[in-house]
Design a protein around this ligand. Structure first.
Ligand code: ZN
Length: 248
């Protein structure tokens, strides 16, 4: 029996109108039985907690997405610190830097550093989001050495092979998602083929990147092809990699 883990799925996305869990109806038949839901907005954190209460397979990574960094307040910080004590909270996310939005990267970095500190204090790994700020994020990760102490996942990876190599050396895992299925994908398939299997976890980023949660198995089939391995091996290895990190 395969046993998949989706390390990044937005079951609480507003566009799902509270029907996130309904989308999971077919997932157990595919063997997908662990889901990590990352935070996006402060206002979404309570809903995430209810979601995890109503489904035993749902785990949480609350945090503030860089696109909403201007929602960060002392109250939000306290609320996040408190959430780290909840039993189903397995990480802090998704946090990072996004160079494609209006907010300054300086402000985003301040909020990122504050959330990294919350994660460090709680001993929880982080889910990282980065767009057009790879060098800046890498510099912070190098400086704080958080990969070695708490670890984490660089989600939606699509950067170059040297960046992937450095991330692994820094103690991070690489989130492989639907980008791998694109016809024009070059860098991600190369990284998946060349680098150690212990570095990879699977994700859908549903509903942003995938139409349904079952896409995870399509991503896994592609990984199996690149590794010249069986689908069972891909399930066993990627789920073990996620469990090491999230402790579930
Ligand atoms: Zn996401």
């Amino acid at each position: 029996m395969t046993n998949w883990c989706d390390t990044h799925i937005h079951l609480d996305a507003p566009e799902l109108n509270g029907r996130g869990l309904d989308f999971l109806s077919e997932a157990p038949q595919c063997g997908i039985n662990r889901f990590v839901v990352p935070g996006v907005r402060v206002s979404g954190w309570d809903g995430m907690v209810s979601l995890a209460k109503s489904s035993k397979n749902v785990y949480l990574a609350p945090g503030l997405h860089p696109v909403y960094a201007d929602q960060w307040t002392p109250e939000a910080e306290q609320q996040l610190q408190k959430l780290t004590g909840q039993s189903k909270v397995v990480a802090i996310g998704e946090i990072g830097l996004d160079g494609t939005v209006g907010l300054s990267l300086q402000q985003q970095e301040m909020v990122l550093r504050a959330q990294l500190q919350v994660a460090l204090d709680a001993g929880l790994p982080v889910l990282l989001h980065v767009r057009q700020a790879t060098g800046q994020l890498l510099a912070i990760l190098r400086e704080l050495e958080i990969g070695k102490s708490i670890g984490g996942i660089w989600h939606g990876f699509s950067a170059s092979l040297p960046v992937a190599q450095e991330l692994i050396e820094l103690g991070f895992k690489i989130g492989v998602g639907p980008i791998l299925l694109r016809d024009n994908a070059r860098k991600l398939p190369e990284a998946v083929t060349v680098l150690p299997a212990s570095a990879f976890v699977l994700e859908t980023d549903f509903p942003d990147m995938a139409e349904k949660p079952e896409i995870l198995v399509r991503v896994a089939e592609k990984v199996a092809e690149l590794w010249a391995a069986s689908l069972d091996d891909v399930a066993r290895i990627t789920t073990e990699n996620a469990r090491q990190l999230f402790d579930f």
